[in-house]
Design a protein. Structure first.
Length: 417
């Protein structure tokens, strides 16, 4: 296993596509690979934190704005436009245009020599990968039977995050060996292969009468009259945000300040993604036997305990199992997608799913710089580990809030399985 795993996995998928000419397989495999690619692009700066901070003379708040805000904010803004474009144009057109934008961003990052250029490149990556998960949902909707939907949604998440688990430990290692510029050029190359595959192999289909922008506006307005939907998407964001922050921003330096090596720190982050991949499937399976609301509340409690011990716990030997537990518990936020899929109105359902992505991104784009400012402030008076202890309480509060919000979702439920 190495960074080249993504290239190998992409090539394997490419071979399967060539050998097996089947519409669902072609579209589904490519969109799942695109979804995995999005997460690799999203997480690369977090594994290069020390290198990028030194190369571009960044403090913690500036790095948070580079890694999270400049990526997540355009990613968030593009959710509704992408949802609209997928109703107007073929899947392969939207996917190839998105990948082209991301590829340009990766190349710019590789050649950047100033702050303005790296922020621009990161913004282009956010715009380019914004369509990834919506492309997965579109491929399932277009080419699968309705009985396959839940299975394929869960499988896509598991595959994408398992790829992330394989690759994450090696990103930091190869950054030191090859330099961050080479990593971004390799990432651009993988994106180019995906883009070409999408154009060649995703089949055409008939586009039905498209929904007008006015209908999307009506659906958006209608959402805010459904308290259940609002609570669900906020819960999803609150439960997921701390995991993404740790992996995308300060996780590497946090764990190294606790005495772990760079290699061990990257493995703990990859363990979180392995746990997340397991948790998405496990939570959906448990929801068949136990009320999904009980699963959500239990997951919030486990996530709260795991994260608190990871940040403040005195026993380093616990960190590997805690990282895995933290990822597994966070994976239950995928239940929000299932809850929203129960909405009977199709337009409302599509808009609610896009809103979920918007709120996830908005939370990260605001939270990351705030915590970065706290770390910079506390770093003046304390060592780096104490600065983390005094700053990361915000993540604990966010998960604690998700625990209480799960009760509100249970009380205000409107749709049931």
């Amino acid at each position: 296993m190495s960074f080249i795993s993504l290239v190998v996995f992409t090539f394997t998928g490419f071979v399967c596509i060539v050998v097996i000419k089947e519409a669902l397989l072609i579209a589904y495999l490519l969109t799942v690979l695109f979804f995995a690619y999005e997460f690799i692009v999203r997480l690369v700066p977090g594994t290069q934190q020390a290198v990028l901070m030194e190369a571009f003379h960044l403090n913690h708040s500036q790095f948070a704005m580079l890694s999270s805000t400049s990526f997540v904010l355009p990613f968030t803004i593009m959710q509704f436009p992408v949802a609209f474009l997928l109703k107007q144009y073929h899947l392969k057109v939207v996917m190839s245009l998105s990948l082209t934008t991301c590829i340009i961003g990766c190349i710019l990052m590789a050649v950047a020599d100033n702050l303005s250029l790296i922020f621009l490149s990161r913004t282009m990556m956010g715009i380019g990968t914004a369509s990834a998960y919506l492309c997965v949902l579109e491929s399932i909707q277009r080419f699968s039977k309705s009985t396959q939907t839940k299975t394929l949604i869960g499988l896509s998440t598991t595959i994408a995050f398992f790829i992330t688990f394989l690759i994450t430990p090696y990103l930091a290692k190869y950054t030191l060996l090859l330099g961050h510029q080479v990593i971004y050029l390799i990432t651009a190359g993988v994106g180019s292969l995906l883009c070409a595959s999408a154009l060649i192999f995703i089949p055409d289909y008939t586009i039905e009468a498209t929904e007008q922008f006015g209908e999307i506006k009506k659906s958006t307005a209608a959402i805010f009259s459904h308290r259940y939907i609002i609570y669900s998407v906020i819960f999803s964001g609150m439960l997921y945000c701390p995991l993404e922050y740790i992996c995308e921003n300060e996780g590497m330096i946090l764990f190294q300040s606790q005495g772990f090596s760079e290699w061990q720190a990257s493995h703990m982050i990859s363990s979180m993604w392995l746990g997340y991949a397991m948790g998405t499937s496990l939570s959906c399976w448990l929801a068949n036997y136990v009320s999904m609301y009980h699963v959500m509340k239990a997951s919030s409690a486990i996530s709260l305990l795991s994260l608190t011990l990871l940040i403040y716990g005195p026993i380093p030997s616990w960190h590997y199992p805690l990282s895995l537990c933290f990822g597994i518990a966070t994976g239950s936020h995928i239940l929000t997608y299932y809850q929203l899929s129960l909405i009977p109105n199709t337009h409302l359902k599509t808009t609610a799913l896009a809103l979920n992505q918007v709120l996830l991104g908005t939370g990260m784009s605001i939270t990351a710089p705030m915590i970065g400012l706290l770390i910079d402030y506390n770093r003046v008076y304390h060592n780096i580990l104490s600065a983390y202890h005094l700053s990361l309480w915000m993540l604990v509060i966010i998960i604690l809030s998700s625990f209480f919000l799960a009760y509100q979702i249970h009380r205000n439920r409107q749709f049931s399985n």
